[in-house]
Design a protein around this ligand. Structure first.
Ligand code: ARG
Length: 408
C-alpha cells in the first residue's frame, strides 16, 4: 500500500474524515490538495481544516483560468451537453483536479492519490480513470468506498477526532460547484416527481419585480468567447459576469433524470446560466459560419464529445482526435451573437460573423435576389424521381398508419 498520498480535498465532511481515517486505518501520510475551480469557498479555512484533521501538508491551487481556458473553452466549442441538457459542470472539473493531484504527488514524492467519492457516482470513475491515464504507477485510493460509514457516522467520527467540520445531520443536499455552474443532488429531489424546493436555487433566482429587460452581445474568436458588449474579457471573468447577468432573469437551470456511468438513473438539478447561454450562442454562430455537411457531422460528434467527458475519458486518444476535428471546424466561428434577456427567458435574437456563409443575396426575396430560379425545377425533379417511380410501380405510401389509430 502507498505510504504517502495526495488527497483531493474539498473541505467538506467526507474528505475531512478521509484525512484522518486514512492515517488511522491505513497508516498513510496525507497531503491535502484543494483545487480552486471557482467554487465559493474560504480556502484559508479549508487549509486549516485539513491540517486540523491530520494532514501533513495542505495546499491550495488556483486553477480557475486553466479550467476556463483548457476545459470550458473546449466544451463550448463542442456545444457539450450530456444527454442534450447538462453542460458537464462537475464532469469537466475532475480531469483537471486529477492532473493537479498527479503533479502534487510528484512534487511531494507521494506514491498514491486519493479521492472522497462514493461507489455510486460518476466522479470516482473520472478521478480514477484520469489518474491512471496520467500516472499509471500511482496507486489510487478511495476511502469513502471502503469505510462503510453513514453520513451520521462521519459526523460522529469528526466529533471524536475534533475535526472542525460545518456539516450538520440535517444538511439536505450534495452540492458540487465551480465557475461553470452548480450541481445539486440528494434530499427532497431524489423523488423525480417532486418539484425541486425553491431553496435549491441560488444562481438562478426568481427575477425581482420590475426587473428591466437586458441584452448582451457575446463575441467569439475561433469558437471561443472573448468578450461581452464589445469589450474584451478573459473567459474566466466572462463566465462569471454572464452567470450573474443571465441568472438574475431566472433562466439557466436544468431539472433532469440522467444516466450515470454506473448504471443508475439519478435526478439532478443544475444551475448553469452562463454555460447554457454560451453554448446556445456558440451553436447559433456555427449556424451561419459552418458548411452544412461539416455542421451535421459535428452535431453527431458533439454528442460523443459530451459523453466522453461525462464518462471520464478526457485524457484519451478519442478526445484528442475529436479535438483535432473540432479545431478545423472552428476556424471561421468568429463573430457576435446577440442575446435578449427578460424574466424567465434568454434567447438568441441576432448573429453576425466575419466570414459568414449566410449570403443575403441568395436568401432574400427582395429585389437584390441573385439566386438562379431556373436551376431549381430540374434539381427538384431529379430529387423526387425515385419516389415517383416507387409510387407508379408499387403504389406509394400506406394509408392511415398514425400511432393513435385503433386506440378507440
Ligand atoms: N451528476 C453530475 C455528474 O455526474 C454531478 C455530480 C455532482 N457531484 C456531487 N458531489 N454533487 O457530473
Amino acid at each position: 500500500m502507498a505510504k504517502r498520498v495526495v488527497l483531493a480535498y474539498s473541505g467538506g465532511l467526507d474528505t475531512s474524515v478521509a484525512v484522518r481515517w486514512m492515517r488511522e486505518e491505513w497508516g498513510v501520510e496525507v497531503v491535502a490538495l484543494a483545487v480552486d475551480v471557482g467554487q465559493q469557498e474560504d480556502f484559508g479555512a479549508v487549509r486549516d481544516r485539513a491540517l486540523a484533521a491530520g494532514a501533513i501538508d495542505a495546499r491550495v491551487v488556483d486553477a480557475r483560468a486553466e479550467f476556463a481556458d483548457e476545459y470550458v473553452a473546449r466544451a463550448i466549442r463542442a456545444n457539450a451537453l450530456y444527454e442534450g441538457k447538462y453542460p458537464l459542470v462537475s464532469s469537466l472539473s475532475r480531469p483537471l483536479i486529477a492532473r493537479h493531484l498527479v503533479d502534487t504527488a510528484r512534487d511531494v514524492g507521494a506514491d498514491g492519490v486519493a479521492h472522497g467519492c462514493t461507489g455510486k457516482g460518476n466522479d470516482q470513475v473520472r478521478f480514477e480513470v484520469s489518474c491512471r491515464a496520467l500516472a499509471p504507477d500511482l496507486e489510487v485510493m478511495a476511502p469513502v468506498r471502503e469505510w462503510g460509514m453513514t453520513r451520521d457516522d462521519c459526523i460522529d467520527y469528526a466529533e471524536r477526532y475534533e475535526i472542525p467540520v460545518t456539516a450538520t445531520k440535517e444538511k439536505p443536499y450534495s452540492i458540487d460547484e465551480n465557475l461553470w455552474g452548480k450541481a445539486i443532488e440528494c434530499g427532497a429531489i431524489e423523488d423525480p416527481w417532486n418539484p425541486a424546493p425553491e431553496d435549491v436555487y441560488t444562481l438562478v433566482r426568481a427575477p425581482e419585480p420590475g426587473l428591466d429587460r437586458d441584452a448582451v452581445v457575446v463575441s467569439f474568436e475561433a469558437g471561443v468567447p472573448v468578450g461581452l458588449d464589445g469589450g474584451d474579457l478573459e473567459l474566466v471573468d466572462l463566465v462569471g459576469v454572464l452567470n450573474e447577468r443571465v441568472g438574475r432573469f431566472g433562466w439557466g437551470s436544468v431539472d433532469m433524470v440522467e444516466n450515470r456511468r454506473v448504471g443508475i438513473k439519478s435526478r439532478e438539478i443544475y444551475e448553469c446560466p452562463a454555460a447554457l447561454a454560451l453554448i446556445m450562442a456558440h451553436g447559433d454562430l456555427e449556424s451561419i459560419t459552418t458548411e452544412r455537411d461539416v455542421q451535421r457531422e459535428k452535431q453527431r460528434l458533439d454528442i460523443r464529445y459530451a459523453e466522453l467527458i461525462y464518462d471520464g475519458l478526457w485524457f484519451s486518444p478519442l478526445r484528442e482526435a475529436l479535438d483535432a476535428f473540432i479545431d478545423t471546424t472552428q476556424r471561421h466561428v468568429t463573430g457576435e451573437v446577440r442575446l435578449a434577456l427578460s424574466p424567465g427567458r434568454c434567447a438568441v435574437v441576432g448573429r453576425r460573423a466575419d466570414r459568414p456563409l449566410y449570403d443575403y443575396e441568395l436568401a432574400t426575396y427582395e429585389a437584390q435576389d441573385s439566386f438562379r430560379h431556373e436551376d431549381a425545377a430540374g434539381f427538384v425533379r431529379l430529387w423526387g424521381l425515385g419516389l415517383e417511380v416507387w409510387s407508379r410501380r408499387q403504389g406509394g405510401p400506406e394509408q392511415g398508419t398514425g400511432p393513435t389509430r385503433g386506440r378507440s
